[in-house]
Design a protein around this ligand. Sequence first.
Ligand code: ADP
Length: 394
Amino acid sequence: MASKIMSINAGSSSLKFQLFEMPEETLLVKGLFERIGLEDEMIFSYSMKDAKVKTSVKGKNHEAAVDFLLQFLLERGVVTSLDELSGVGHRVAHGGEDFKKSSLVNQDALRKIKDLSKLAPLHNPVNVVGIEALQKDLPDCPQVAVFDTSFHQTMEAKNYVYPLSYRFYEEDSVRRYGFHGTSHQFVAAEAADYLKKPLESLKIISCHLGNGASICGIKDGKSVITSMGFTPLAGLMMGTRCGDIDPSIIPFLQNEKNLSASEVDKLMNAESGFKGVTDFSSDTRDIISEAKKGNERAKLALDMFAGRVKQTIGAYAAELNGVDALIFTAGIGENSSVIREMICEDMTFFGIHIDQSKNQQNAKNISSEDSATQVMVIETNEELMIVRDTFDLI
Ligand code: ADP
């Protein structure tokens, strides 16, 4: 039966939504509220058919955004009654070890998501605000939580326990969780579809390279290893995040620069990565253009980024004992032929050869004829994955 299902992604001052007709997967409308809570008005933008509109609307919290959104759907005739909404899927940052897959939100699930705020203090509380706002306006509509972490719950203990005292895992849940799970799962399934091979038969390395960046090794359709860790700060160098560094640098900076723990935390999350190394931008478009003009620091930052991605691919190829498909996705992965080329250069040992012209065209399969590994550029669509899971669960 046809159903209208909405995805909701609530951030601290934003709320993104997409409404799909399922099972056809037709996108009916998508949009975004920004600057929520900063003033008495928020910015609302949406696109529907050919129309793209940006306007400001009254209201200063997520509840007001949700009230406005539902009224908007009725007024624009996207639905004739709110009863037509058969489910809402929410992106939730952290599912800890409680949620190994997406879950219908009942009282018990909501309590667990709130308890997991300890592990994701900036994200889970605001995801809960989104869920509760929808529950208030649509009390009879099933809500589903889709977690950034759950795809990685298939990792074995050897890949998620940190070599710290084991009691920190037992008492405080300190372990690798991994994030971007919805995206890695989505692009892996798309790649298998494209290659017309069962997902379970492929060894896949998925590189989600956006402002936040992570890599995932996938075998039998399951996440085996991923680069983000206890938090999304770990692993690769990112737009403003440092990724893996020698942990002793943290107390060193605290002592030498007289910084508090939270100041170092902010430094590593918001003032490092591309931004920290170049001192002028976190955006790889700016950095590539400066590197072309001869800016040495911009070149260094790009070399560092590509090098770390390459090293991680090598490590994961060892973990998987080979790689059938190497996937690039998200802002950098989908759009930057320059960075993909830097990463794939001199990877012939792994059977990775790319075709320059296909790479420059952002083609879906950029491997050359003689490449044993299929190198692919796949657009991620976390919202569609959320809506698919929601549709399946309801
Ligand atoms: P987020 O993690 O915020 O969702 P995205 O996946 O949207 O990030 O990726 C955003 C990043 O993608 C931008 O900061 C920019 O660095 C990069 N990007 C987008 N288009 C290009 C391009 N054509 N060339 C290089 N980098 C790009």
